[in-house]
Design a protein around this ligand. Sequence first.
Ligand code: AMP
Ligand code: MG
Length: 484
Amino acid sequence: MSSLPNLTSNYAEVFPELVKAATTASSPEPKLIVLNHQLARELGLDPQWLATDEGIDFLLGHQLPDSTTAVAQAYAGHQFGGYAPLLGDGRAILTGELTVDDQLIDIHIKGSGPTPFSRPGSDGYAALGPMLREYLVSEAVHAQGIPTSRALAVITTGRRILRETEQPAAVLIRTGPSHIRVGTFQYVRAQNDLELLQRLTNYSLQRHYPDATDSLNPALALLEQVVDRQASLLADWMHAGIIHGVMNTDNMTIAGHSIDFGPVAFLDAFDPNAVFSSIDFAGRYAYGNQPVIAEWNLARFAEALLPAIMQPGNEQVMSQDEAVRQATEAVVAFRHGYSASWATTFNRRLGIPQAATAEIGTELLEQLRATNADFTAFFANLADVARSESIPEDIAPELATWYEQWLQLQPNADQVAEHNPVYVPRNHLVEEALTAAVSEHDFSVFHALLAAVTDPYERKDASAHLEQPASMAYSLNYQTFCGT
Ligand code: AMP
Ligand code: MG
């Protein structure tokens, strides 16, 4: 490819009031650490070219088409329940959008250096470890069919930055259907600018929910769509054992995909109270709390949309009481959507008739909790049990009884195997991979883990060690960090 890829600055052009021009800080000695060839091809980019000096300059945002304006996006957000009126991209920039199958796809650089939104005292950079962690987790989540931002590349810049210790700085180039968040709407709501709120609503509908654009009340339609997508996303997270760690409203997207895997962790033993993030003292974002928090966040989204629900921009006007009533109804639909989506997936994971899932499924979760069973390993082993019709010998008696009941339902072993991943980015494996990469410049551990978690359903002999759970003691003491 001789010319630069065709990037647009659609969001920046449509919403100049929601962005500030920003550039990536210089990179003294850029080095491409990982490149996602398959994603590059899906985006219509040539991986060979991306690996050249010119391609790396493009990925870093140093070389962009003349018509492109890289920007930092403004947003507000509730962080751990407290409202922050101005957050914004403090260490990331949107370089522009690619058009893929008529859809705009954001190209975003995380760790790009200071922006007008950088938090006081923060440098805008990111360390290599956390960028590799986000790369691994987003690609693992994608491989399980869960909507998420994707990781295109990690590049070390040659800078060294100070965290607890001095660390190599890196950027993650990530892609996604947009970076419009609940927090973007909260920011706009706080401007008291109805026209802007209506415009962001219509833009979001057109970009993410084109089938819902002819609604008489676009804001209500958008709320319903986002509630629906988030309900399904949360059900997916729960089945995958994902603990996002920072479900602030600025980390919840309008397109309904996962973003910002900072202190993310995967469940080891099944425990609704599991929390790994070092800053989540109260367990607000504990594993089992996530659906409730999602609904809480969506209530904040509804509040932000309320003026546009009352005045949709046509002749219609709705009273505040009526708007609150309809918005509340839309938000409460979350729990029904969540339960329905959760049950459908559970049904597939257990491979049994739908009618039997609720009872035997509830029983299973109780037993998993009581026996401290490893969440991923338990489900990964189900297909073998179904095939052999023999119950593992080393299992707790309560679970043996459960297996018997389940086997009587004649589970479909192939279906079970298709829906229960064997390889997930287990916490101890992620740490091993990042330590080898950052401390020893050995990326082989990272690549082996990446290969396993991006092809997660089929057992491979070479990856047998990646199935083993960490010890209970390791898991109980494990902590994750925001990586800022
Ligand atoms: P996050 O926890 O990544 O979702 O970030 C929350 C907010 O803190 C966002 O506004 C970020 O841009 C900002 N932030 C996080 N880390 C940094 C950093 N190293 N420098 C500047 N701003 C940051
Ligand atoms: Mg964030």
